[in-house]
Design a protein. Structure first.
Ligand SMILES: [Zn+2]
Length: 93
């Protein structure tokens, strides 16, 4: 019993790498945790990246990153569905 309590207390609470905020329910739900070990091709060769971002910081990072991308890294599942549906329509008639 004692051990069980200890284990629950010792449970790691993730913190946002950017703002230092502890993950709340929404941050846990989104769970934007990016781990990557860099290799020879990178100037960060040998480093291990361990990035945890809360929703707010993740959004702000995306706001900076996405406009810099030559190809859109974001897909919108609903618009893709709508397009697929629209393409299927003539077949139904
Ligand atoms: Zn944050």
């Amino acid at each position: 019993m004692k051990m069980k309590i200890k284990r629950i207390r010792a449970k790691e609470v993730k913190k946002c790498s950017l703002c230092g905020k502890e993950f709340d329910m929404w941050d846990e739900e989104e769970n934007f945790c990016f781990r990557h070990r860099f290799g020879y091709g990178s100037a960060y060769d040998g480093y291990l990246l361990n990035l945890n971002l809360c929703c707010k910081c993740f959004d702000s990072l995306m706001d900076e990153l996405v406009p810099r991308c030559k190809t859109n890294p974001l897909s919108e599942p609903y618009s893709e569905l709508a397009m697929a549906y629209a393409q299927d329509m003539p077949n139904l008639e």
